[in-house]
Design a binder for this molecule. Structure first.
Ligand code: HEC
Ligand code: HEC
Ligand code: HEC
Length: 444
């Protein structure tokens, strides 16, 4: 993916900007993990009377730290093994654009030379709200300014105040693929797909709903992963939150695709989840419906677990209200396909997920009605079977959290996994399009 075979060609002014526009566009994609140490300092809750010795914490900085967590800045702005916020994490575009090369997150520590130490508050606000860098160049939407634009100026100022207090680090990220050197084509992409503006509360809804919408749509940038993208990699507004895919750079040159679940209230999405089950999942990393693994690990470990119960609940209330989008096909298996799939399920899965597919207390969450099983794109279902399901390092491990699910990569071949996946996607009341052995091979 790294080598872009393009040549600079000054005489072809059209082809080049076009390629760039296509390239630059969505980039919005996803990331690999950046396991971070959690430091103390939870928001608010002033410790009563005790411990007057601790240095006073500026409430603005404290608020900014909380909001920076809600925006998960640290996951994207920390490379594996690197200092927090110093940048350098590589992002790959999804196929067919991988050849355009990688994008790297930048250093947002207050180092004057290599970070944002000399940025004024106005410049920072402009980056968050308009996707424009300090030097006036357009930023790539791998930085989710398309969502952050909804954040109030007051909240952005708090994040700025907080970032000024993190340890400055001298570090410059590797340069991006050559296709991303020119920024002006982003003007066209922005004109087509970017709507600048702050969140407008909906007066017909409760304060709680509005708070949830503000966090989910804005700093939480959930739609960056959970919405399918068009050919120019912009989120499709007609399919918002119905599930997307993102490439995860697992090793140099190796991208593994994940599919994010449908978060709408369709039966193939979170239709069967209560507000309580959603908010527990977000805050604790598990509920009776599911546990975390894959790309949600970093979202919950670095971001959502640090939110207050009230904010996690508000997000759940908003998510629960998302109108259903149910666009996955139902497949009908032949008797042989069904028998073969059922046999594999009995042999490998039944012990924990049981015959009814409803899972079992302390053993495993349900696969009947699961948003992962029924996702439009089967990547995450295949990944769970191939690699198992594990909570990431630093994840919450409250009482009752799921154990890890083992990997089956060596226990079944691609055709068997496809047969099993099709059984899961059509048995009980589940729905989901066909999975082929070739789909499984791609995830190996
Ligand atoms: C999904 C990944 C992702 C998340 C989350 C993210 N960023 Fe970024 N950010 C990037 C990437 C990639 C770039 C580089 C964009 C470019 O080169 O145009 C960037 C660039 C920036 C820039 C411009 C810096 C410069 O030197 O031009 C700022 C400021 C910034 N991010 C702040 C933040 C803050 C604050 C948060 C959290 C509220 C955040 N980012 C969350 C990926 C992310
Ligand atoms: C980095 C991309 C990414 C972001 C950002 C993201 N998600 Fe996810 N999400 C995924 C993927 C991929 C899956 C399916 C695999 C997994 O669980 O990791 C998923 C799964 C889920 C599930 C279903 C879990 C299950 O097992 O059924 C819920 C609920 C969810 N995400 C909520 C959210 C919310 C709320 C946000 C915003 C705060 C969010 N996600 C942000 C990628 C993302
Ligand atoms: C030893 C018990 C065990 C076995 C055997 C097992 N699983 Fe799991 N499975 C789990 C646990 C526990 C989780 C939740 C783990 C987590 O998210 O941290 C899980 C999660 C899942 C999920 C994600 C559900 C969701 O909506 O988030 C799917 C899909 C799944 N398993 C499918 C299978 C299939 C298919 C098999 C057989 C090949 C299988 N499992 C075998 C224990 C098991």
């Amino acid at each position: 993916m790294q080598n872009t075979k393009q040549k600079r060609n000054k005489i072809r002014p059209l082809a080049w900007p076009l390629a760039l526009t296509i390239a630059a566009l969505g980039a919005a994609v996803l990331v690999s993990t950046a396991p971070m140490a959690q430091d103390a300092a939870a928001p608010a809750e002033a410790p009563a009377a005790e411990a007057p010795a601790a240095p006073p914490v500026d409430p603005l900085v404290q608020k900014g730290e909380y909001l920076a967590r809600a925006g998960n800045c640290i996951s994207c702005h920390t490379r594996p093994g690197g200092e927090p916020f110093a940048g350098g994490l590589a992002f790959s575009l999804p196929a067919p654009y991988t050849f355009l090369g990688q994008i790297h997150s930048t250093n947002i520590t207050p180092d004057a030379e290599t970070g944002i130490g000399t940025w004024t508050e106005e410049q920072f606000i402009r980056a968050m709200h308009e996707g424009v860098g300090a030097d006036g160049s357009r930023l790539l939407p791998a930085f989710p300014y398309t969502a952050f634009t909804l954040t109030t100026t007051e909240d952005v100022k708090a994040i700025y105040a907080y970032l000024k207090t993190v340890a400055p680090v001298k570090y410059t990220a590797p340069s991006n693929g050559i296709a991303f050197a020119m920024r002006w084509p982003m003007m066209f992409w922005n004109a087509l797909f970017f709507k600048e503006g702050r969140y407008q509360p909906d007066a017909k809804q409760s304060d709680e709903w509005n708070r949830g919408a503000y966090l989910v749509e804005g700093l939480g940038h959930c739609s960056a992963c959970h919405t399918p993208r068009n050919l120019l990699l912009a989120e499709r507004s007609d399919k918002k939150f119905s599930g997307g895919t993102q490439p995860d750079l697992v090793a140099e040159g190796k991208v593994r695709t994940w599919s994010a679940a449908n978060l709408t209230s369709a039966p193939v999405g979170l239709g069967g989840w209560s507000v309580d089950q959603i908010s527990k999942y977000l805050k604790l990393g598990h509920s009776t419906k599911a546990g975390i693994f894959g790309p949600m690990n970093e979202v919950i470990v670095n971001s959502l677990q640090h939110l207050t119960n009230e904010d996690a609940k508000a997000m759940a209330v908003y998510i629960k209200s998302l109108p259903p989008i149910d666009d996955v096909p139902k497949q009908t298996l032949t008797e042989e396909q069904k028998t073969a799939g059922e046999a594999l399920y009995k042999k490998h899965c039944d012990e924990c997920h049981i015959a009814s597919g409803r899972g079992a207390f302390m053993k495993a969450p349900p696969v009947a009605g699961s948003a992962i099983v029924q996702a439009a794109h089967p990547a995450s279902l295949i990944n769970v079977i191939l690699y198992g399901a594990k909570v990431g390092k630093g994840g919450p491990a409250p009482f009752g959290a799921w154990e890890d699910m083992p990997s089956f990569a060596t226990k079944m071949n691609d055709a068997e996994i496809a047969t099993l996946a099709n059984f899961l996607r059509s048995n009980w009341d589940n729905k989901g399009g066909p999975v082929t052995a070739a789909d499984v091979a791609k995830q190996r």
